[in-house]
Design a protein around this ligand. Structure first.
Ligand SMILES: [Zn+2]
Length: 449
């Protein structure tokens, strides 16, 4: 039996991840994400629909699958984690497939909230077509199709909750999808990766490994999230801020990081308050599955945000403001705060801490520059890069590939340069390009024999 791997999206860019694995009678989709830069540029995000998102090239281009007759063969859509570049296209594309969506409970909750946010009623009905099935990390689901297929979700660490490496068990061996992870042995929330299970699967034989390449060129081991806690503590407790407001911005989906910020705010004797819609989305999803580790108000409606800032304005040293806008996104809380649109105004010597890294798309770079310019004009002290990545570095990837010992490697997630770095690493490990290292691009087929 041959296995066909269609590299639909995420092979030319960072974003819109989508891969389809075709076995003799059935096919499976892994991830269905958005390409975010053109979405960020959209003026009116209220009316996003499939047509518009296809026009701006934000969706994985899955139309070629129709011509190959693959659409009807798809028996399940498995989602690795809750980041928008992995899950964000499902509300617009999943309906095209008569297949359930498999995801860990947190990812499933985030997906449901994305669907709830669709404003067009017709599109919303369409988005609700697929059944969403929650799969606990470290468990499997059997798909009863032409054959019975087992889809397994293995716990791994990353920068959001309940991230999974997905293993599709086939007669020919395991197809493993590891698209976004880090190897964090001392995470601040949850357990370290399930190495025992990964090693067991390696013994059974991994036919192909589809693996992220984002930091394959970074010659290091990505430090643990514990180090991010220390960096934050150093900035929040180790600077002179007795008379300053403290504003921290980070990735809304990064519950562990938010937990660290809340903990340090408490150490400071300040009350943490979260501001912003996407923070609300992710904290609500975590709460629904009983995995929100902290108790802090999260304000998302206009009136409650204004009320919240009114309180902060009265005594700014009583609070730590945790808000959206680390990329300088227009309309985010930090963007609006820097423009003086709230009852609370930033002033000289207030602290703004970016617990993030700028994702280097032209729009983000421009937005961040403008934001920082405004903050500096107000005399605000800026602390950037108080952050540790959620992606495996080159030396993590080396250990990972050695541990799994797959027959074939398909570098995923990233433009050619990033994937080439992973291909080079694989060749250092004895693999050969064109034989069992498959450097490809969007819309292509990799045949695994
Ligand atoms: Zn991710």
């Amino acid at each position: 039996m041959k296995i066909n791997v269609y590299t639909v999206g995420g092979y030319n860019e960072v974003g819109k991840n989508m891969t389809v694995v075709e076995l003799s009678e059935d096919a499976f989709i892994f991830d269905c994400g958005l390409y975010l830069p053109p979405v960020v540029e959209l003026e009116n995000k209220e009316h996003m629909d499939e047509k518009l998102l296809r026009e701006i090239d934000a969706l994985p281009n899955d139309l070629f699958l129709d011509k190959l007759g693959l659409r009807s063969k798809v028996k399940a859509i498995a989602v690795s984690h809750a980041h928008l570049d992995h899950v964000g296209s499902l509300p617009f594309l999943a309906y095209r497939y008569d297949a359930p969506i498999l995801a860990t409970p947190f990812t499933a909750e985030v997906l449901k909230s994305l669907i709830r946010d669709i404003t067009d009623e017709k599109a919303k009905i369409r988005a609700r077509k697929n059944k969403i099935i929650s799969i606990m990390p470290n468990s499997s689901y059997s798909i009863n199709a032409k054959k019975i297929h087992e889809v397994e979700f293995i716990h791994v660490t990353h920068s959001t909750l309940q991230t999974a490496i997905i293993a599709l068990h086939t007669d020919e061996g395991i197809i493993m999808y590891a698209n976004d992870f880090k190897l964090d042995n001392t995470p601040t929330l949850g357990k370290k990766p399930n190495y025992e299970r990964l090693k067991k699967l390696a013994k059974q034989g991994i036919k192909a490994l589809i693996v992220e390449s984002l930091y394959a060129a970074d010659e290091r081991k990505t430090p643990s999230e514990r180090i991010a806690y220390d960096l934050l503590e150093d900035v929040m407790l180790g600077t002179s801020n007795e008379n300053s407001a403290i504003v921290v911005t980070t990735f809304s989906s990064h519950i562990a990081r938010l937990n660290s910020i809340v903990k340090i705010a408490n150490k400071l004797g300040r009350t943490p308050i979260l501001f912003g819609r996407s923070l609300k989305r992710y904290t609500t999803a975590a709460k629904k599955i009983n995995m929100l580790p902290f108790d802090a108000p999260t304000l998302s409606f206009k009136t409650e945000i204004q009320r919240g800032f009114k309180k902060v304005a009265k005594n700014k040293t009583d609070y730590v403001v945790i808000c959206t806008g680390h990329q300088g996104e227009q309309g985010s809380i930090l963007d609006r705060l820097s423009k003086g649109q709230f009852k609370f105004k930033l002033s000289k010597d207030d602290h703004v801490i970016f617990s993030s890294r700028t994702i280097p798309s032209p729009i983000n770079i421009a937005n961040r520059q403008q934001l920082e310019k405004r903050l500096k004009e107000a005399g605000v002290r800026i602390f950037t890069d108080v952050h540790i990545s959620g992606h495996a570095g080159r030396e993590d990837l080396r250990d990972f590939i050695r541990m799994l010992n797959p027959e074939h490697i398909i570098p995923a997630h990233g433009e050619l340069q990033k994937r080439t770095a992973l291909a080079e690493l694989a060749s250092e490990l004895g693999y050969s390009l064109g034989y069992n290292i498959h450097l490809t691009e969007n819309g292509k087929l990799v045949m695994i024999n």
